[in-house]
Ligand binder design. Structure first.
Ligand SMILES: [Zn+2]
Ligand SMILES: [Zn+2]
Length: 166
């Protein structure tokens, strides 16, 4: 008992206690700082980041654990990447969905003729040969004006084979 009393009154005890308090405070601030950094990476709204930082600070140690349960599952960057991926996928799907109006075969936007049924899909630019949309007045690739009847309306969407035999 006497030994214990003298130990708790001693400078060693005071030093140990101060060091312990110091480390607890440092650990507390470190966890709060980690919450702030993590929140900034995951949350876009600065108000919510502020709230998360406050939660990381108080209550000490419990706040960061609560934050761990509430935080968004992925970072802003990951969400943005996924959005871009989805958009690229949608674009790819919509491109794949281009179909020949006659045989429903898959065609590319750059095709002049359907490779399956040889239907003429688009007219080619007289200057650079690029495929032109029917409503275009000018070729967007070489700026050559599209003559109104370079390829007659009747020739579009008609199989090439028929043109050759007639
Ligand atoms: Zn076709
Ligand atoms: Zn052209």
């Amino acid at each position: 008992m006497l030994i214990a009393d003298s130990f708790f009154d001693s400078d060693t005890w005071a030093l140990t206690r101060n060091l312990a308090v110091f480390f607890v405070v440092v650990f507390w601030l470190a966890t709060a700082f980690w919450v702030f950094k993590d929140a900034r990476r995951r949350i876009e709204d600065p108000w919510l980041v502020g709230m998360a930082a406050l939660l990381g600070l108080v209550p000490p140690f419990v706040g960061p654990i609560v934050y761990l349960f509430l935080r968004p599952p992925d970072s802003i960057e990951e969400r943005r990447d996924r959005e871009l991926e989805n958009r690229a996928l949608e674009e790819r799907i919509s491109q794949q969905d281009l179909r020949c109006p006659v045989c429903r075969g898959q065609v590319d936007a750059s095709f002049l003729v359907c490779p399956v049924c040889t239907t003429r899909l688009k007219q080619a630019c007289g200057s650079c040969g690029s495929p032109l949309e029917p409503i275009w007045q000018v070729c967007p690739y070489c700026a050559t004006p599209v003559p109104p009847a370079a390829v007659g309306e009747s020739e579009l969407l008609q199989p090439l084979r028929m043109r050759r035999t007639s």
